[in-house]
Design a protein around this ligand. Structure first.
Ligand SMILES: [Fe+2]
Length: 327
């Protein structure tokens, strides 16, 4: 997901534009928060006019939706603010309506926004991965014990989804009033956040108010930071969130990457040495997921070549099973 670093961005500073893509119908508006110009994957703030309706259908890309205000109905069930949806590619949702209008965050993770009218799932859709949860009323706050080392006390989370293969996270988080953390962090994953309510202050990037957003690639220093009155936010990562803490505000992304690799070499010396050894066939290959493509992040076969010069492939057949159902 080669999206540029965007921080800070405040969606209240820009106007909604009318969405004119095929299948989405009339009455849908958007603001771009971040965009992968190669794949079309994007994060959007969207507004549905009162009376908006769309037939049953599916997307070719993994899609996430979080309702910020108003309500959206899928079939006979109406969902209010705080409801979160993870819809795998090819899973057909019932007809969608918004009787009185709604605003939401909308994410297409591995391709451009797409909609195909259908009352049936695609043959390769993974319906068991569909998630619908009321993040406000249906979950309790918990400490972020899956983030190591942990953030300062006072930052709580509601984990909405963790990708079973990459451990990419989608979560709701909050900072208590007078929250502060005095060190600097960076990660080896991309990190994304939208402020539903509240302002935090970051040493490098200033204030991030309500409607504030960032897409932060790996290795970018951030912190110290604080919030006087507290924050409610929606956050995502594209793999495991590991906090590389330090106190050097001048370190560069390349120095941060080198430091992370040095840590990995100390923590997992055997694995590190094997991965970097020039034996000609040393890239990761998981017998549990033989078709997983480490370049594209999808399960699909592809022919490739190592230093032995022999073209070959690992999967059984060409297909994209997990994140994209496009034929
Ligand atoms: Fe972070």
């Amino acid at each position: 997901m080669p999206r540029p670093h965007i921080e800070p961005f405040v969606d209240r500073d820009v106007s909604f534009k009318r969405l004119r893509l095929p299948g989405f119908g009339r009455g849908m508006h958007y603001k771009v928060l971040s965009l992968d110009t190669e794949s079309g994957a994007c994060s959007l703030t969207v507004r549905f006019d009162a009376g908006y309706r769309r037939p049953p259908g599916m997307s070719y890309s993994e899609m996430e939706l979080f309702i910020l205000a108003g309500s959206i109905s899928y079939g006979d069930v109406t969902y209010g603010k705080g409801n979160y949806f993870f819809v795998p590619p090819g899973v057909a949702m019932p007809a969608m309506t918004s009787e009185r209008g709604a605003e939401a965050l909308l994410f297409y993770n591995y391709g451009e926004p797409s909609f195909l009218e259908s009352d049936e799932d695609h043959s390769e859709a993974l319906r068991d991965q569909l998630i619908i949860v009321d993040a406000y009323e249906g979950l309790q706050w918990r400490i972020a014990d899956f983030v190591r080392p942990s953030v300062a006390p006072g930052c709580m989370v509601k984990l909405l989804r963790s990708d079973p293969l990459t451990h990419a996270h989608s979560l709701l988080y909050c900072m208590t009033p007078n929250y502060w953390q005095d060190n600097i962090s960076y990660h080896d994953c991309a990190e994304e956040s939208y402020h539903i309510y509240g302002t935090s202050s970051m040493m490098q990037f200033g204030d991030l108010p309500t409607g504030g957003y960032f897409w932060r690639p790996a290795w970018i220093n951030h912190g110290a930071f604080a919030s006087e009155l507290g924050v409610l936010g929606f956050g995502r990562t594209d793999s495991t969130l590991h906090n590389y803490f330090h106190f050097n505000p001048w370190s560069t992304p390349e120095e941060n990457r080198q430091r992370a690799a040095a840590q990995l070499r100390r923590y997992k010396p055997n694995l590190y040495e094997w991965i970097r050894s020039p034996d000609g066939h040393n890239h990761p290959h998981d017998f549990e997921h033989p078709g997983y493509d480490y370049d594209s992040g999808v399960e699909m076969d592809h022919e490739h070549r190592h230093e032995d010069g022999q073209p070959h492939s690992h999967g059984k057949k060409a297909r994209s099973r997990r994140r994209s159902t496009r034929a």
